[in-house]
Write a protein that binds this ligand. Structure first.
Ligand SMILES: [Fe+2]
Length: 361
């Protein structure tokens, strides 16, 4: 087990429901102690020129940082955004607001920590390496499924590894769940990210680390995923509200258990080929019928109902060196293999088998 004992932290406050984004200004004000208190908004650049930006409670002394989400979050950019914040004002900000998907929220979470912890963010990739708590962080998901809004991990690609900054302080302090913000997410992207959530639950439920609490969260989340992706009678806004709840409960399910084979392989794809996490999970899960037969069957059904194609042939032009790198990235995620197969996981999976799975993708 990764933890001998741990009392898990959850976000301190949630606002849930249609229109809750309208209250962001009030929530930010509550954290401002003085007239010169200020806020950093870290926002997915998809929203450039969109009406959401006019609704931000941004004042003259606040800072807005746009996030390009083409690549997964990088330690170098976390350092750069931290430097930008420190140069903006001699006083530290009171609040960091992250608005976007998993990538943007992971930037908000890690930048909030790096403002109060010196050095290179790559030095903090791992468990409990952060010394000081960060800036009060409010996360506002605009696409749902990653569970980044509730997780204790901010996943980063560093010079050597793809690994999260993971500790109690990484948990956002507050979340605004407003399903109206999901209205413009394209169907394919919504599906890939939604499947990240579905796969969290399948890996959690079938893992050796599953606890009763992890199971409770995962079972409810799977039920919600079924409603969202198999029930064609649901309106989009109602489905999105359920998807937000599924993301939250699915995220909690892996806090109280762990992910498995699919996530280990998906990390390899994104670290070496830059494949987005949700897409990488779908590409990997598409080859994992032997490990997750029931989940695989349902995943294919959801894919059919939603009319979304899973990319194939993405490793077709990979070199042997790239395959080896992907295998090593996946192999290093021991906690995921341990959850999937138990302590004796090396008796159940080999590097050759992992390479063969990557070749099929
Ligand atoms: Fe995930």
């Amino acid at each position: 087990m990764l933890y001998d004992f741990r009392s898990f932290v959850n976000p301190g406050a949630y606002a849930f429901g249609k229109g809750t984004f309208n209250h962001l200004g009030e929530l930010v004000e509550r954290r401002h102690e003085n007239s010169d208190s200020w806020t950093v908004f870290i926002v997915d650049d998809y929203f450039k020129g969109k009406s959401l930006i006019e609704r931000l409670p941004k004042k003259d002394n606040d800072l807005l940082i746009w996030i390009d989400t083409v690549d997964e979050p990088k330690t170098t950019l976390v350092n750069q955004y931290r430097d930008e914040i420190l140069a903006h004002n001699t006083k530290l900000p009171s609040v960091i607001v992250g608005i976007g998907g998993g990538t943007t929220m992971d930037y908000a979470k890690s930048v909030g920590l790096m403002v109060t912890n010196p050095g290179d963010s790559a030095e903090y990739q791992g468990l409990d390496l952060i010394k000081n708590k960060g800036i009060y962080t409010i996360c506002i998901p605009t696409i749902s499924g990653t569970g980044a809004e509730v997780s204790m991990t901010a996943v980063l690609s560093g010079p050597e590894k793809k690994l999260g900054i993971k500790c109690d302080y990484t948990i956002p302090n507050e979340i605004i769940f407003d399903p109206e913000l999901l209205a413009t997410v394209p169907d394919e992207q919504r599906f890939y990210t939604g499947m990240d959530c579905y796969i969290h639950n399948i890996e959690s439920l079938s893992g050796t680390w599953v606890s009763t609490l992890g199971q409770v969260f995962a079972e409810k989340s799977v039920e919600l995923c079924r409603e969202v992706f198999l029930d064609s009678n649901l309106s989009r806004i109602d489905a999105d509200e359920k998807l937000m709840a599924a993301s939250l409960t699915g995220g909690n399910s892996i806090t109280y258990s762990q992910v498995g084979v699919c996530h280990a392989l998906s990390y390899g794809l994104s670290h070496v080929l830059g494949v987005h996490h949700g897409v990488g999970n779908c590409v990997a899960f598409n080859q994992l019928e032997e490990y997750y037969p029931e989940g695989y069957k349902e995943f294919k059904k959801m894919q059919e109902v939603q009319g979304v194609a899973i990319p194939t042939g993405i490793t077709a032009n990979c070199t042997e060196e790239q395959f080896d790198q992907m295998v090593e990235t996946a192999w290093a995620l021991e906690h995921m293999w341990d959850n999937a197969f138990g302590k004796e996981w090396r008796n159940h999976i080999t590097k050759a088998k992992i390479k063969e799975l990557f070749r099929r993708m």
